[in-house]
Design a protein around this ligand. Structure first.
Ligand SMILES: [Mg+2]
Length: 262
């Protein structure tokens, strides 16, 4: 690898995969990193699958990954709740996996909104099981003063044919209602909780660490907050008005990166 980096944080959607396909040269890139003994962490804002499912999914796509190498918004969420030292409750407007994880961590998850909600948080995350009833109950919690925890701020997610509605757009619904009492808290990249999760993984000088992603607002912002180099990939065109100077490098895709660095 013709660069100084020994630890790589890699975004997944739009960087390594698009929809259900690996992007060109992704396999070559990962194989090269493995061959040279580089450290790899996959950092996703994907709020639907648990770690095991995500690893299985990526392995099926042909990506070499270990469970310990995957970082998701759930890691940030766990960190967030660990720091709360007063009684609270949580309403989940996200996938059933998120709900199950919170229960596994003994976090008080509520069903329905027919009780007094002191220190209530609504966990909001894109999921195909979100429906009107769930969004309405979340809205009721919000009207009672709940704070929204946003698993990922992305408004859309790249996929094969059409982009997917993502969590940031559901947040917009609540913001447009005018009933948000508390400022929403972003949990996924580039939040301070995710910064802490990544910072713990860095065991080499910072100039040897790089983050690679296709979103300025999450991937590149996270790299800048950590004081590490970044590569912004323009291939998914998710950022139409990006400021290239915010990242250390700008390339079109992993394919170009492989051609230049491998
Ligand atoms: Mg991405």
């Amino acid at each position: 690898m013709r660069n100084q980096y020994s630890l790589y944080f890699l975004d997944i959607d739009g960087t390594l995969i698009k929809g259900k396909d690996l992007l060109p040269k992704t396999k070559t890139f990962i194989q090269q990193l493995r061959k040279e003994g580089k450290q790899i962490y996959y950092v996703t804002n994907h709020p639907v699958r648990c770690h095991d499912e995500h690893v299985e999914y990526l392995t099926k796509l042909g990506l070499s990954i270990n469970k310990e190498e995957l970082i998701t918004p759930l890691d940030g969420l766990k960190r967030f709740f660990n720091k709360i030292d007063v009684p609270y409750c949580v309403y989940v407007a996200a996938s059933s996996m998120v709900k199950q994880k919170l229960r596994d961590w003994d976090i008080p998850v509520i069903e329905g909104t027919d009780r007094q909600l002191d220190n209530c948080y609504v966990v909001l995350g894109m999921s195909s099981s979100l429906n009107y009833g769930i969004l309405q109950e979340a809205y009721e919690c919000i009207q009672k003063g709940a704070t929204v925890l946003v698993l990922n701020p992305d408004r859309t997610c790249p996929s094969n044919d059409y982009k997917l509605l993502d969590t940031g757009l559901f947040l917009k619904l609540f913001e447009e209602s005018g009933d948000l009492v508390e400022e929403p808290i972003i949990i996924g990249k580039p939040s301070v909780w995710m910064q802490e999760v990544l910072a713990e993984k860095i065991n080499v000088p910072k100039h040897e660490v790089v983050i690679i992603g296709d979103t300025i607002a999450s991937d590149i912002a996270l790299g800048n907050a950590l004081g590490i180099d970044s590569v912004f990939l323009t291939n998914t065109d998710i950022e139409r008005n990006y400021e290239t100077k915010t990242s250390t490098h700008v390339m079109s895709s992993i394919k170009e990166l492989v051609e230049r660095w491998c």
